[in-house]
Design a protein around this ligand. Structure first.
Ligand code: NAP
Length: 297
């Protein structure tokens, strides 16, 4: 008898999530049957009973895998038995599954981001001497810092609130074996800040500024020129072309948005759960056909 996989995503809000579409396309491409459901759980006040019930379903094998999104990536840590090295270092989980009755948490955002840089042909150019400017110092920034320490990049983290980037760096240095003194620098995201990081090779936006529905926003300070020759990556995938990406392209820079990372992190989760990997082209074809109009791929 054919197995019927059951996956889902825990978060709030979830109506705009592209994950069901991606995972249904992955199941179809691999010739597997199954479903991917939305599990919206209230964050304020935190519905701990709902999280506990959902994770009990993973532990019992009723659910084969769970993704976790804003704002639960850190909340679920307390419910898990084991963490992958990446999830432990980043301090956040986006993929949960069960093995020998143990609940395991992984983080596929970091390798998903690196894979998309590889797909773009940008990763080979980043090495120990490269300098990367990361805008924002929240959960996604931690995954990007972890990812970019692997090729040994020098990183500057810029937060709009003075002290937030310093706090991120202070908290991750003991976690990240790869961080060597001088590799990480903090600064404030404001006009003139580029004088502290004069020639970044890559600029990565990890803030939600510009994300649907606030599509006219950009994290880039007004009247700050873009650094010459940098590549620009925006983690936002909705809209597919953000204001920040448009500004960078308008300054003659190569720029990409986060849809490729979204697909890569999803496929890594799918692989954890099923041991199989679908053809990426099938996923992009399904996204292109979808009626989620903001995805203008
Ligand atoms: P988060 O934990 O809330 O962190 C957001 C960070 O951005 C904080 O440092 C926040 O500072 C800052 N920020 C917010 N609005 C800003 C603005 N207008 N200007 C400058 N800084 C601002 O959120 P997250 O989980 O890191 O997610 C961030 C974004 O990454 C979201 O858009 C999410 O969809 C995207 N993401 C994409 C992927 C993908 O696969 N492509 C994966 C993960 C995340 P304050 O604390 O001062 O607000």
């Amino acid at each position: 008898m054919n197995r019927n996989y059951r996956f889902g995503i825990l978060g709030w809000p979830l109506e705009q999530s592209l994950s069901p579409l991606i995972h249904q396309a992955a199941l179809a491409d691999c010739g597997l049957s199954g479903e991917y459901n939305l599990y919206p759980v209230q964050a304020d006040p935190l519905d701990t009973a709902a999280i506990g019930d959902l994770l009990a379903e993973v532990r019992s094998g009723k659910l084969d895998g769970l993704n976790v999104t804003i704002s639960f990536k850190q909340t679920v840590l307390d419910y898990l038995d084991e963490l992958s090295p990446a999830a432990r270092a980043i301090g956040a989980v986006n993929t949960i599954y069960q093995q020998n009755s143990l609940l395991l948490g992984d983080n596929t955002d970091a390798p998903g981001f690196l894979q998309d840089l590889r797909n773009l042909g940008w990763l080979d150019e980043l090495g120990a001497r490269s300098s990367v400017l990361i805008l924002g110092a929240g959960g996604a920034a931690r995954a990007i810092v972890y990812a970019l320490l692997q090729p040994g990049c020098k990183l500057a983290v810029a937060s709009r609130r003075q002290g937030q980037a310093e706090a991120l760096i202070r908290s991750i240095i003991p976690q990240f074996q790869l961080a060597v003194p001088g590799t990480l620098q903090a600064c404030t995201l404001q006009k003139g800040f580029l004088s502290e990081i004069p020639h970044p090779d890559l600029v990565v936006n990890t803030t939600p500024a510009g994300m649907f529905p606030g599509v006219r926003q950009s994290p880039w300070p007004v009247d700050e020129p873009f650094p010459a020759h940098a590549r620009v990556y925006d983690l936002i995938y909705k809209p597919a072309t953000t204001c920040f990406v448009e500004q960078a392209r308008g300054s003659g820079l190569a720029a990409a948005s986060g849809l490729g990372m979204l697909v890569e992190q999803a496929l890594l989760s799918f692989e954890c759960w099923t041991g199989t990997r679908p053809d990426k082209k099938a996923i992009f074809a399904a996204l292109a056909k979808s009626d989620k109009k903001e995805v203008d791929i």
